[in-house]
Design a protein around this ligand. Structure first.
Ligand SMILES: Cc1cc2nc3c(=O)[nH]c(=O)nc-3n(C[C@H](O)[C@H](O)[C@H](O)COP(=O)(O)O)c2cc1C
Length: 215
């Protein structure tokens, strides 16, 4: 199949799974690729204001279910990834990112000072600092999209999960009193043959209503 067809086929094959088959697990070599799809996700300035908690502990997943509108995906999926994002962006955090950039690209930290100042001016001192938690959450949704599409190309199912109580998640996952807070989650695994949603037609507005080409 051509790459063009593979992309569209995967996007059409994917749907938000309501019922996972709890007996089917993602194999390690595929999971490694999905981890990379998270790590390689882009973020504003490259700051990666996130941690991805892969909740494989059965008891923890049980506790998360009532904090997830009792959705069965939490316990039935193979891998449950909670997207946790920074509540604030500090000068120290930006400094550690600049340090990492300098090391990775064999650059002098001094040559990145202008860039560092610009980021601080925007995210720490500028108007965006008022909505920084929301800004960080937005970044994590890019990773959510990436992992779901990568999974679909591997014929691995997923369900994005916003139907969660983030405060309860923070408590259960030990995020309280840390710089991070739960934003959303993604359940990954394999659809149950009983999930009737796999037969439902995709509901999308017509292209001409959604995509406007401005010439
Ligand atoms: C950010 C986000 C959060 C979502 N949260 C949930 C959820 O908590 N539970 C659920 O069953 N589906 C959830 N969905 C799935 C959507 O309802 C679904 O993607 C949408 O209806 C389109 O259907 P499709 O993904 O099957 O094409 C969520 C989707 C997104 C993008």
């Amino acid at each position: 199949m051509s790459i063009e067809n593979q992309i569209i086929e995967a996007l059409e094959w994917r749907y938000a799974v309501k019922k996972f088959d709890p007996t089917k697990k993602i194999k390690q070599e595929h999971w490694k690729i999905l981890e990379e799809s998270l790590l390689l996700s882009p973020s504003s300035y490259g700051l990666q204001p996130w941690k991805f908690l892969v909740v494989q502990n059965v008891a923890l997943r049980k506790q998360l279910t009532p904090a997830s509108w009792n959705q069965t995906q939490v316990e039935d999926c193979s891998h449950y990834v909670v997207l946790a994002t920074l509540k604030t962006i500090t000068e120290d955090y930006i400094g550690s990112f600049i340090q990492s950039t300098a090391e990775t690209r064999h650059m002098d930290v001094a040559s990145l000072m202008g860039y560092q100042k610009m980021i601080i001016g925007d995210l720490v001192q500028g108007p965006r600092s008022k909505v920084i938690e929301h800004w960080a959450q937005k970044q994590s949704y890019i990773a959510m999209g990436n992992i779901m599409h990568s999974a679909a190309l591997l014929k691995i199912d997923s369900c994005p999960m916003e139907g969660i109580d983030p405060k309860a998640y923070d408590k259960i996952l030990g995020l309280e009193n840390t710089p991070y807070a739960s934003a959303a989650a993604v359940a990954l695994g394999y659809r149950s043959s009983e999930d009737k949603y796999q037969l439902a037609k995709k509901v999308r507005f017509p292209k001409d209503q959604i995509i406007k080409v401005l010439m």
